[in-house]
Design a protein around this ligand. Sequence first.
Ligand SMILES: [Zn+2]
Length: 257
Amino acid sequence: MGQWNLAETTFGLAKDEAYQVAVLPVGACEAHGCHLPYATDTIQTEEIMHRACAEADSRGAEVLLLPAIPYGVNENTLGFKWTMSLRPSTLFRVVTDIVSSVEHHGIPKMLLINGHGGNEFQPHLRELCRQTSVEIVLANWYTCALDAHEAIFEEPGEHADEMETSMLMHHRPELVQMPLASDGSTREPVLTAMQEGWAWVARPWDRFTFDSGFGDPSKATAEKGAAYTEAIVERLAQLLVEMSVAPVDDMYPYRED
Ligand SMILES: [Zn+2]
């Protein structure tokens, strides 16, 4: 078994390792309804990636899990007290510097794994791809197993909803304050184009929601959280195994023929 967890290994244990894939989780620090902790997105992302990296390592993948970035882009949710935010340009600079460190140490590939909807990295990666030799794959863990989401959960939502509450009940049950939960209802937009879903705004979260929750968490259970975590971990472990063995050549990430 390799030294896959950078936060917990030592120079003495890891200095002779050869890693193929660095894994960088990105979370957030924001109000999650009245019943889930501020670090909800970071906790979920770290838990999932601990399990996915351990699994990938046990299947022979050469992965190195980096400590998670515990802040995300929350400029539009600062209306909820104690939420902390990085501007997108700041987050991009942090990611750029970590990618530069990964490149310095000769790790050829990276998985950037996001756990917060406000963190959008595509424009940054379009810019970064010509500035680094590190081949970066981007994924949101909350969209990698939508089929399992549909099979497991009953109530639609986005934030501190049935899904996120179930995940925390499974990962950190002692942090969930169910008596404080609301029904997660939200306000309707006045613009027809927004009601129809084809016009976008950076939603001012304190106007859109009542307590920052979006989606009814009342049907959440730890069992649902366990089942969803398992589905996501399996998919991400498989991705890491494939990334680890994929040769970085002129055609990466495509086949020659
Ligand atoms: Zn969240």
